[in-house]
Design a protein around this ligand. Structure first.
Ligand SMILES: C[S@@+](CC[C@H](N)C(=O)[O-])C[C@H]1O[C@@H](n2cnc3c(N)ncnc32)[C@H](O)[C@@H]1O
Length: 257
């Protein structure tokens, strides 16, 4: 791992998930967030579990065989290609992240994997991202695909129009495609706790924008949401791992174009 002294979103997320790809600076920043919002760890694990259920739904029930995972994060357990390949080894997966360290790690993991690649790209630049030559080698944008935007849109500032950005991906999707999205929210936590958590990201990492349900719903305009719609990620097609009383930390939905 790099020895740089600035925490990153990806390494902090890895720490919340119980991974080992993090440094003291990441753990210190993440511990400040946990002190402000103790349920953040459970919420993040539910977000990751949503990703798994959504990909399984898309591959096994919706028949999707091409995935673009934007804001993919450091490789952990239950990666998109592992789930998709459990349904069809020919499924194609492109991981995208703006953090070169994430792309290097994912690239090393995927070195012997013909149907998955990791590329550098910024979610805020949809046209550039979708035009990336390595993405185009693997994904046919004229055939149904799924775009995954899991725990990444809350890093897009209001000034950069998050709903507009998501809408540009929606508009690029051919019919029969899907977009899965999760977004952190302060709807379930006290305002001062949310503000303390956002301060940690704003002062030392990358600003984080917790948004209300109606703002997240606006990002999904123009899509037909599959049941149960936009809900607490823990309540989206839950399996046996669902906690009895899940706290609301992330909204999630899967929409069809
Ligand atoms: C919280 S992690 C989520 C990882 C994974 N999607 C998940 O939900 O399990 C967010 C990831 O998004 C990446 N990210 C943040 N802003 C981004 C941007 N503007 N463009 C691309 N990636 C971004 C971070 O580097 C990080 O790896």
């Amino acid at each position: 791992m790099t020895t740089e002294r600035t925490p990153t979103i990806a390494r902090m997320y890895d720490y919340y998930l119980g991974g080992t790809e993090n440094l003291d600076v990441d753990r210190e920043a993440a511990d400040q967030v946990i002190a402000a919002v103790p349920d953040v760890v459970a919420g993040i694990r539910q977000n990751r579990a949503f990703l798994g259920r959504a990909v399984r739904f898309l591959a096994a029930e919706a028949g999707i065989r091409q995935f673009i995972d934007i804001g993919a994060g450091l490789p952990t357990q239950g990666n998109v290609h592992e789930i998709a390949h459990g349904v069809d080894p020919a499924a194609r997966v492109v991981y995208v992240d703006f953090d070169p360290e994430v792309v290097a790690h994912a690239g090393a993991l995927l070195a012997r994997e013909p149907n998955a690649v990791a590329i550098e790209g910024d979610v805020r630049r949809p046209e550039e991202l979708l035009a990336h030559p390595r993405l185009r080698e693997l994904v046919d944008l004229d055939r149904p695909l799924a775009i995954l935007m899991i725990a990444v849109v809350h890093f897009i500032p209001d000034a950069e129009d998050p709903a507009g950005v998501v809408g540009r991906y929606r508009d690029a999707l051919p019919g029969g495609s899907y977009l899965a999205l999760t977004h952190a929210t302060a709807d379930g936590i006290p305002a001062d706790a949310a503000s303390d958590a956002m301060d940690v990201y704003r002062s030392g990492v990358t600003p984080l924008y917790l948004r209300r349900r109606e703002r997240v719903a606006a990002q999904l305009a123009g899509l037909t949401l599959v049941e149960p719609g936009l809900v607490n990620v823990a309540e989206w097609r839950p399996d046996a791992s669902k906690p009895d009383d899940p706290k609301l930390m992330f909204y999630g939905a899967v929409g069809r174009r």
